[in-house]
Design a protein around this ligand. Structure first.
Ligand SMILES: Nc1ncnc2c1ncn2[C@@H]1O[C@H](COP(=O)(O)OP(=O)(O)OP(=O)(O)O)[C@@H](O)[C@H]1O
Ligand SMILES: [Mg+2]
Length: 287
C-alpha cells in the first residue's frame, strides 16, 4: 500500500470524513420466491424508498414481513423480480453481490457469519482493509495496517488490540460481533446493512454492541439500514423508522415523529396500519 493509500484508509478508519456515504433509492422493487408455483411468496411487494446519504434507518416488522429480503435485495444476494435499486447514483440492480460488497458493509444476526474463524484477528481485519481494492495491492498484514487495526480495536473497549494474533474462533459471541461491525466499517462503506445484529447476544452484550453501532454510524455519517425486532431500540436509534408488513413499508416516521412515540404507540400504529393483530411478544421481550 502506498503512503497516500495508507493515509486514505487511516482517515476513513478514523471516520474523519463521511465522504463516501451514499444515498439509496429503491423504485418499485418486488421479490417473488417460487414465482408461478403453488408455493409463490411475495416477499417484497413494490418497495419505493429514498434514503439520503448519511441517514440511519431502523426497520421493524413482524416475522416474514420482508425485512431481510429487503436487505438481501439491496446487497444483491439474489436478483429482484422487478424494480430498480440505485446506490450513490449508480444503478446496481443487475450487479452481482460480490461487486456490491465492495461498497456495502453487512453484519448479520449470527456472530459467526461476519468473521473467518480459522484466521486471526489481524488476518480478518486485513481482508476488510483490502475490501475495496481490486488487485495489484499486496494482501496481508503490514505494520501500517496493524497500527490502524490496533487503533480501531481499542475503541471497542474489549482489549482485542493486544490480541491481534488470536484466532477469531477463540472470541466470545459479543467480541465476534464487535469484530464484524468493525470489519464492515473499517473502510468507509457507501451503505451499512445490519440484520438483527444484536439479537443473538445476551442483553448486556447486545446493549454494548448497539451503543457501539450508534457511535460508529453517527461519527462516520454512514447511510445505514438496521433491521431490529426490538421496538424500543428502533425508537432510540436512528433518524427514521420504517415498519414493514406483508412485503410493504406500512409506516415511515421521521426523527421528530418517532421521538414523540413510545413502544405502546408503535404497537397501536401497527394495528391501525396493518389492520390486524400480530405477535408483538418477540418485539417487546427480546434484547
Ligand atoms: N430464500 C428464500 N426462499 C424462499 N422464500 C424466502 C426466502 N427468503 C425469504 N423467503 C420468504 O419471504 C418472506 C419474507 O421473509 P424475510 O426473511 O424477508 O422476513 P423477515 O421480515 O426478515 O422475518 P424475520 O423477522 O423472521 O427475520 C417470508 O415468507 C419468507 O418465508
Ligand atoms: Mg429476517
Amino acid at each position: 500500500m502506498s503512503e497516500a493509500q495508507g493515509h486514505a484508509v487511516a482517515r476513513s478508519a478514523e471516520g474523519a470524513s463521511p465522504c463516501c456515504a451514499a444515498p439509496l433509492e429503491l423504485r418499485g422493487v418486488r421479490k417473488l420466491f417460487f414465482p408461478g408455483t403453488a408455493n409463490e411468496v411475495v416477499a417484497l411487494d413494490g418497495i419505493d424508498l429514498e434514503v439520503p446519504a448519511g441517514q440511519f434507518v431502523s426497520i421493524i416488522g413482524s416475522n416474514g414481513s420482508g425485512k431481510s429480503t429487503l436487505l438481501n435485495a439491496v446487497a444483491g444476494t439474489f436478483p429482484v423480480t422487478a424494480g430498480r435499486i440505485v446506490l450513490g447514483g449508480r444503478d446496481v440492480t443487475r450487479l452481482p453481490d460480490y461487486v456490491r460488497s465492495r461498497s456495502i458493509g453487512r453484519v448479520f444476526q449470527d456472530p459467526r457469519a461476519g468473521t473467518a474463524p480459522d484466521m486471526t484477528i489481524e488476518e480478518n481485519l486485513a481482508i476488510s482493509l483490502m475490501r475495496t481494492k481490486r488487485s495489484g495491492l499486496r494482501m496481508g498484514v503490514t505494520n501500517k495496517r496493524r497500527a490502524v487495526m490496533r487503533e480501531q480495536l481499542a475503541r471497542l473497549g474489549m482489549g482485542l488490540e493486544d490480541r491481534l494474533k488470536a484466532g477469531v474462533s477463540k472470541l466470545s459471541g459479543g467480541q465476534r460481533q464487535a469484530m464484524s461491525l468493525l470489519m464492515a466499517t473499517i473502510v468507509q462503506p457507501s451503505l451499512l446493512l445490519l440484520d438483527e445484529h444484536t439479537a443473538a447476544l445476551d442483553p448486556k452484550v447486545a446493549a454494548t454492541i448497539m451503543e457501539l453501532t450508534g457511535e460508529i454510524v453517527t461519527e462516520r455519517g454512514l447511510t445505514t439500514l438496521m433491521v431490529t425486532h426490538n421496538m424500543e431500540l428502533a425508537l432510540r436509534y436512528g433518524d427514521r423508522l420504517l415498519m414493514m408488513h406483508a412485503g410493504r413499508v406500512v409506516l415511515d416516521l421521521d426523527h421528530e415523529q418517532k421521538a414523540a412515540l413510545q413502544v405502546s404507540d408503535l404497537i397501536e400504529k401497527f394495528h391501525e396500519v396493518a389492520g390486524e393483530a400480530f405477535a408483538v411478544d418477540r418485539m417487546l421481550l427480546d434484547p
